[in-house]
Design a protein around this ligand. Structure first.
Ligand code: C2E
Ligand code: MG
Ligand code: MG
Ligand code: MG
Length: 284
């Protein structure tokens, strides 16, 4: 019963295309229900101070536990969530959960410098939705220490309307929320962003940090760190995988790092155990 529009060639490709389209549609409708079905989990990865390797905060990283396909990484579902307009609900969920978790950690640790938590925000949340309103209500509900909630921003989409984005980001800062530029050095996050937007933290992309980049690595890292410091920003290096990465980053003047050498993304309970162990260690 298939319509013959362009001859045999089309018929040959049709079944495969239809199958793929079907999978995609199924995945979309499953993703739409993932939040209410409690299939979205948030893992937390420690961000440490290189000076003494104490935990400064955690980055929240979303996972989707698909009933059949198993645990999916955000690279597999964030883009779909953006395309079907679900990213706003998903983003609000991650923000809300993380803020609640953060206030639990803060009450349990009572450090002089409170633990922070950093949430990835898609630029679509920023441009197509009242993120300010969301952040305000999340802050009102969770009683986290001022300045201890941060958002991380990567994508180039904000450059579609830089004036609007700059205004929004300034208002976010005024709420006492930190602002990190994520994956710095990749195509998405460039120098133009630093000029236009009020970031307080720069996260160096892992491609500059991982040991594979030997040779030119120290030169590039040193320049990025100096640039960030000259602009008054803190620096977090992503993807520190070995002890020598951590040592080198510290010697280059980087203050924070995140990576497998300090801990992989873990569930909230494991993060809490890590924090309490550390506190006991510090007290003894
Ligand atoms: P990102 O924000 O740059 O997060 C860092 C990614 O690097 C995470 O991948 C983390 O698991 C991974 N990573 C950390 N340390 C190491 C290391 O030492 N070596 C290596 N090879 N990798 C390391 P993940 O969790 O798969 O997240 C991928 C990206 O998805 C994130 O990149 C972020 O852009 C996005 N994402 C994650 N959660 C959310 C979310 O809730 N909302 C939005 N909009 N995006 C999210
Ligand atoms: Mg990030
Ligand atoms: Mg990153
Ligand atoms: Mg990334």
């Amino acid at each position: 019963h298939s319509k013959r529009i362009g001859g045999d060639r089309i018929d040959v490709y049709k079944p495969a295309m239809r199958a793929r389209k079907n999978d995609r549609l199924t995945l979309e409708s499953e993703l739409r229900r993932s939040i209410e079905r409690q299939e979205i989990t948030i893992l937390y990865q420690p961000i440490v101070r290189l000076e003494d390797r104490s935990i400064a905060g955690f980055e929240a990283l979303a996972r989707w536990d698909h009933p059949k396909l198993g645990r999916m990484s955000p690279n597999e579902f964030i883009t779909i969530a953006e395309e079907i307009g679900l990213i706003v609900d998903l983003g609000t969920f991650v923000l809300d959960q993380t803020a609640r978790q953060l206030s639990v950690w803060q009450r349990a640790t009572r450090l002089r410098e409170p633990i922070f938590a950093s949430v990835n925000v898609s630029s679509r949340q920023l441009l197509r939705h009242d993120l300010i309103h969301d952040i305000r209500s999340v802050l009102a509900r969770s009683s986290v220490a001022r300045g201890s909630l941060k958002i991380e921003l990567t994508e180039s989409l904000v450059m579609e309307n830089p004036e609007h984005a700059a205004q929004m980001l300034t208002r976010i800062r005024e709420l006492g929320v930190g602002l990190s530029i994520d994956d710095f050095g990749t195509g998405h996050s460039s120098l133009a962003y630093l000029q236009r937007f009020p970031f307080d933290t720069l996260k160096i992309d892992q491609s500059f940090v991982r040991t594979t980049a030997r040779g030119t690595r120290p030169v590039i890292l040193k320049s990025i760190i100096a640039l960030a410091h000259d602009l008054g920003m803190d620096v977090v290096a992503e993807g520190a995988e070995s002890d020598s990465d951590a040592v080198e980053l510290y010697q280059l003047g980087c203050e924070y790092a995140q990576g497998y050498v300090f801990g992989e993304p873990m569930d909230a309970d494991a993060a809490m155990r890590l924090l309490t162990e550390e506190r006991l260690e510090a007290a003894s």
